[in-house]
Design a protein around this ligand. Sequence first.
Ligand SMILES: [Zn+2]
Length: 646
Amino acid sequence: VSSTSFEILGRDGAGRLGRFKTKHGVVQTPTLLPVINPNLNFIPPSEMRKFGAEMLITNSYIIWKRHREQALAEGVHKLIGWDGPLMTDSGTFQMYMYGSVEVQPQEIVAFERDIGVDVGTILDIFSTPDRTHDQARTDLQETLVRARASAQIKGDMALACTVQGGIYPDLRAECAKAYQGMGADFYPIGGVVPIMEQQRYATLVDVIVAAKQNLDPSKPVHLFGAGHPLVFPLAALLGCDFFDSAAYAKYAKDGRMIFPDGTWRLEEITESWCACPVCSKHTPAELKKLPAQERELRLAEHNLWVTFAELKHVREAMRQGTLWELAERRCRAHPTLAEAFKRIVAHSEWIETQEPLSKGSAFFHLSPESSHRPEVRRYRERLLSRFDPKGRDFLLLPEVNKPYSMSYAPLLDRLARLPVVPAVQSAFGPVPLVLDEMYPLAQSDVPATLDKETREDLEAYLGTIETAKGVRVRADLTLEEAERLLTPLETPIDWDLERVRAVADYQFGEGAGDALLAGKVEIQKSRNTGKIRQVFVDGERVLALRAEDGFFVPQAAGAKRLHAAIPAPRLRVVVEQDSVAFNREGKNVFAKFVRSADPALRARDEVLVVDENDTLVAVGQLLLTPHEMGWFKTGMAVSVREGIKG
Ligand SMILES: [Zn+2]
């Protein structure tokens, strides 16, 4: 059993804000492990904390070759002078650089275990980008044999099993799948340094996604050898939790300074635009005049400050829900990265399954790629599958200030008499007025003039709606013309009822609105904003509004209605019998008690907690994805809002 554990505290895109616990301390992720060369006395490990490093990586093969007896006698922490979490690499990279190593695969893993590292890596086979598919497959099979043997002898050390497969996503997927249940505790994605050196970032994206889709999601994923801040946001967005690199030292040796959007030679720089302690204290001219050794040290320090500042930026963007925007900004720094960003967007069907229902910040439409992001994809898909126009045509209204329904308030009485679905033309697609307060529609910033690609996409989407729903999307009618041409409704639309029904259907699935609203409905609104706050039916409170994102929180009475009307497995998280009594009392659902969950659910969805006989026991908010719940053995799965007594 490994002495490490990993927990997810937040998420954005497919990225995770995590906490990795080891015997030597706790690490917040995503983070970078600075590479320590045990032979060089450069920046001492004991000084690494001040830059923001919480875990280091060193090379067990070099220690095995040069300091074997000492490391075995006193332990690796004492040997290198670091008392925090420590990972070791195994000599794979040396094998790639020099063609061979002297150590046997199991010998090095036993050595890593015996010198007390927290995370030790197998001696895998590094497939370079020029390996053919057959060659990379043969490499991979040998890596798997070694991983299996290493898992037998890892002891309580966390074992890092490296995902190989060269440039071939199918082999990366095969490798990741083979690791499931093998006893690995940590997953480096290996063999990517030459891919990055060749600036094949789109390939890098495919390789990461193929691995991520098939790995056990309860374990951290490490992008081996990625140390330039330029790749952190994009790799973190795809779910990489760890990076490592010697870049800070190598670049410094070469007179180069790392910045979040590129690398510059000290010689090219007149004014440093960096605010780190080094750049605050020394001008570039002063740095240039320093003795070579001291200059190298100062540049390495600058590189570390910048590297860890960008990691803080990534983590903070995740907390705020703006990692997509950060990744896009960074990817605009270089054409090959811009291509990589397009490739990320091409994987948005998978990323959508990881993306939470809502986030804390506004959605920014920044480029043609924005309209392919998971948030837009989800909205368009749900409008098709969960919104019922009841046979009425959409009447497209020009975009106005948000909230749309507020801007159109003076026309609502007239619109209520028309047999149409009034919907505002937006970059997301038509937004029915009754859906305008939900995330991301209300919380978005879109340029006044949309680019050609987005306009063409929207045009195609309107066609899809017409085909799927058998109604027309009328952009050709004004309100006045519609009033002249169409027969008015006998009973005008009740906008509040219509809104509750439409949002409930969008959130919980078609039919949810009718089930929740059957009976005598009373709607309570905020005096300040005029927005719906609570919904009572037959005297019972069934829904309360989640003010931050415009979705509903079902109350016990609402949960009972949803449970009765919507068949299993929809909206359900099924828990084991051992958990039932606790959840009925309002206590949270822990991941290890979850049997199964509706795969259509998303993190932050409001869910029904049921036992194995589909008896309702609680209602609460989902914190993990349905896929993750099958894997996590620790941590919370559902934050229970209300227990339901039998
Ligand atoms: Zn600096």
